[in-house]
Design a binder for this molecule. Structure first.
Ligand SMILES: C[S@@+](CC[C@H](N)C(=O)[O-])C[C@H]1O[C@@H](n2cnc3c(N)ncnc32)[C@H](O)[C@@H]1O
Length: 392
């Protein structure tokens, strides 16, 4: 997560400014830098991508957040009261101390070994997080559309808590999440969206700015696996960065949410239901499409400076069908994510470099960087490939 690195003597002033915007992460705590000269202040997920004066004068550091001890202690105390000390110790490693927030919902992954304590876990989470309406258990991301298998396990209405026969008005999963200063409509039960990718999106923003500098003009950006559009949200919010976009996804439910999001971000009309890909405005091509078929259409192939490939379990396989989307009249950029066994990273790097066209001189060779563990053996990695202009 993002932390602001602030010299000790400026912490009070920075905190006043951060609190004014309500950008201090409530779930995490401030901690000291290794040299003791600075404090790392955790920023909330909603804080703008570009911070205003005077906060923009401090360095941003991406590092694991340290849990707010009060909330953390609360959760463990409630859990111990509910399951008893013996069970707490017996399953010490298995209890889900982390979780993911989606507005007033929380998603927790419950290990098989503690499944019988599901209601107690939900109750302890609701008691320690008083702003949460609904707790869902996470069955993982499933199928081609990468939708999460979610099950409501606890809910709150005013002072009442429910764990069985949860009233249907409490189980709705469509919410608006504020990420990097912009609202994103999402429904984790219908379309992929993960708040955990914010850092990745901010990194993509940094690369896009570099490409814009190289090209000396705003970019044409293609996100053919765009889901509800979070990567585009960050990019189009940046003034003068993006000239036009192609935003598409195979999942009709994701496209419906994408239209709703674009309507909000662009302040222009879009359909209220999913539709096949179409040009709605000079600078907007949007809709449902199979990414592997886009380059077969001359309206879309060879037109894009930046192409995002976020279908990590199939990125390498799909790359040959995605590459023709690039505008090869100038330097262009592919930003991709890949899930791979740690032992296979070297081979995956070779494969990627074999598939890609020549890399622009002065730019680094594409290389998978491990971003986090996906399972005990698999790693979620990302790469960026700066593709050279095609010389005829
Ligand atoms: C890991 S999600 C990423 C979504 C989005 N880019 C984000 O960061 O939130 C992958 C997306 O690819 C979509 N997808 C899967 N196969 C596809 C295909 N052949 N063509 C287009 N989209 C596809 C899924 O529906 C899903 O929304």
């Amino acid at each position: 997560m993002r932390h602001l690195l602030v010299p000790n003597r400026k912490v009070q002033a920075a905190l006043t400014e951060i609190t004014k915007h309500d950008w201090l992460s409530k779930e995490h705590r401030i901690f000291s830098s290794e040299d003791g000269n600075n404090r790392l202040i955790p920023l909330s997920f909603s804080a703008d991508a570009n911070l205003p004066e005077p906060l923009c004068n401090f360095e941003i550091v991406f590092s694991e957040g340290k849990p707010n001890e009060i909330i953390d202690t609360d959760w463990w105390n409630h859990l111990e009261n509910l399951v008893g000390e013996e069970a707490l110790i017996q399953h010490k490693e298995a209890w889900p101390s982390s979780h993911e927030f989606f507005a007033d919902m929380m998603i927790v992954r419950i290990d098989d070994s503690i499944e019988k304590y599901t209601s107690e876990i939900a109750r302890a989470k609701l008691l320690s997080h008083p702003f949460i309406r609904l707790v869902l258990s996470d069955g993982g991301v499933l199928g081609e559309l990468r939708i999460r298998g979610l099950k409501p396990i606890g809910a709150r209405k005013d002072t009442e808590l429910y764990f069985e026969n949860i009233p249907s008005e409490l189980t709705k999963t469509k919410v608006s999440v504020k990420e990097s200063g912009r609202y994103i409509s999402c429904d984790p039960q219908l379309a992929y969206y993960s708040t955990k990718l914010q850092t990745e999106r901010l990194e993509t923003l940094r690369f896009a700015k570099e490409l814009r500098k190289d090209l000396n003009r705003p970019l044409a950006v293609c996100d053919p696996f765009c889901g509800v559009g979070p990567a585009l949200s960050t990019l189009i919010a940046e003034e003068d960065l993006v000239e036009r976009i192609l935003a598409s996804d195979l999942n009709a439910a994701a496209v419906e949410l994408l239209f709703e999001n674009l309507q909000r971000w662009d302040k222009r009309e879009y359909p209220t239901e999913s539709k096949p890909i179409e040009q709605y405005y000079d600078d907007r091509i949007v809709g449902q499409a199979d990414a592997t078929k886009l380059s077969g259409n001359s309206k879309y192939s060879g037109k894009w400076d930046l192409v995002l490939v976020n279908l990590p379990h199939r990125t390498i396989e799909f790359l040959p069908k995605i590459i023709p989307l690039l505008n090869r009249n100038n330097i262009s950029l592919i930003r991709g994510r890949v899930i791979v066994a740690e032992s296979d990273i070297k081979y995956a790097n070779e494969q990627i470099n074999q598939i890609l066209p020549p890399i622009a001189s002065g730019k680094p060779k594409p290389q998978l960087k491990i971003k986090r563990d996906y399972s005990s053996t698999l790693r979620l990695c990302s790469f960026e490939a700066w593709i050279d202009k095609e010389f005829n």
